[in-house]
Design a protein around this ligand. Structure first.
Ligand code: FMN
Length: 366
């Protein structure tokens, strides 16, 4: 019996298997609103048979966007565009759909990766960034403005406001983006947070704002729907955020009702030295799982069914997320189910595609 294809409950949300489609920015929105691209892209992934689809990092305000083409959920127009898209997807797939909500902080106002990814100038449609301290990501960037008390309240409210819009859209869960060097991670790391008020200095102080945002989002989203958090377990820089601090943060999140911790790494500093390889972040997931009573999602170069199966079996993670592997092969869960002798959901229109060698591959209950 495959563990990867066993069901799992994130809080009250029942997933048919442990495969999660990781959030993936598409840089294809207009003024924050989803476009036809999102319908094609997400419609495709919604037929993949994965247990959960997490929508890309979605900005809580215009200045929270990584790029001018980021998806957002801060206006009525954004909400309407997503409502139309979700209605279409739900007519054809019962995959649970979550959303990652985010503020890019000092890493905002950049070009999409295919345009180089560098900071966009104020004269070219860019905007002034903000962060915990006036420390830029790259030496050549405009420094962010340090958020003051009113600024912190504005950002916290923006997260809560977006969570309320997400609730109205009927999204099944929310993920707070506290990884990859974006705003909440910037507060956590001593490399980007050099404040001397109650939001900087000690670990407790650096965790304060991300935890306040978590509480605000948790309170704004229906209590019967999960809210989890994605973290970077390490900055991969000496003297930066690390696994021990991630364990402490995960304890604090679990105590506040975080439904899971999604364990990624890096993205905060240009000085990072990442040791990349198959499943390269699973050791961090395993360590958090060992020390904290919270469901853990492992992610990062999990590409084969056997690798995903063993990550669950050996206790590294409760669930696995895939990004590049499932973009490359959106039928990855079908192939994984075939390889592991399991069953997977597929749309009825495609049932006749089932290869003779894999009889019973598709769940054919409508
Ligand atoms: C196209 C693309 C877009 C991404 N956008 C996001 C994002 O919006 N939020 C996030 O937390 N991670 C994002 N990531 C990182 C992935 O979610 C994932 O953590 C990372 O790619 C490692 O997993 P993989 O080896 O399966 O690709 C993105 C990755 C890719 C390839």
């Amino acid at each position: 019996m495959s563990k990867l294809f066993s069901s799992y409950k994130i809080g009250p949300l029942e997933l048919s298997n442990r495969i999660i489609i990781a959030p993936m920015c598409q840089y294809s929105a207009e003024e924050g609103s989803a476009t036809d691209w999102h319908l094609i892209h997400l419609g495709n992934l919604a037929l993949s048979g994965a247990g959960l689809l997490i929508l890309e990092a979605t900005a809580v305000s215009p200045e929270a966007r990584i790029s001018p083409a980021d998806l957002g959920l801060y206006s009525d127009a954004n909400e309407e565009a997503l409502a139309r898209m979700l209605a279409t997807i739900r007519r054809h797939s019962d995959i649970p759909v979550g959303m990652q909500i985010s503020h890019a902080g000092r890493k905002a106002s950049t070009a999409p990766p295919w345009d180089g990814g560098g900071q966009v100038g104020l004269e070219s449609g860019g905007w002034q960034t903000e962060g915990p301290s006036a420390l830029p990501y790259a030496g050549t960037d405009r420094p962010p403005i340090q958020l003051d008390t009113a600024g912190l309240a504005r950002v916290r409210d923006a997260f809560a406001h977006t969570a309320r819009r997400a609730a109205r859209l009927g999204l099944d869960m929310l993920e707070l983006h506290a990884a990859h060097g974006y705003l909440l991670h910037q507060f956590l790391s001593p490399l980007s947070n050099q404040r001397d008020d109650q939001y900087g200095g000690s670990l407790e102080n650096r965790m304060r704002f991300p935890l306040e945002v978590f509480d605000a989002v948790r309170a704004a989203f229906p209590s019967d729907r999960p809210v989890g958090v994605r973290i970077s377990a390490t900055d991969w820089v000496e003297g930066g955020w690390d696994v021990d601090q991630s364990v402490a943060f995960s304890h604090a999140l679990a105590a506040r009702g975080s439904a899971y911790v999604h364990v990624s790494s890096g993205g905060l500093s240009a000085q990072q030295k990442i040791e990349v390889g198959p499943g390269y972040q699973l050791a961090f997931a395993r360590e958090i799982k060992r020390q904290v009573a919270v469901p853990v999602i492992g992610v990062g170069m999990i590409t084969t069914p056997e690798q995903a199966e063993s990550a669950i079996r050996d206790g590294s993670a409760d669930l696995v997320a895939l990004a590049r592997g499932i973009l490359y092969d959106p039928r990855w869960p079908w192939h994984a189910a075939a390889a592991l002798g399991a069953q997977v959901k597929a749309p009825k229109q495609y049932w006749r595609s089932q290869p003779a060698a894999y009889k019973g591959l598709f769940q054919t209950d409508k």
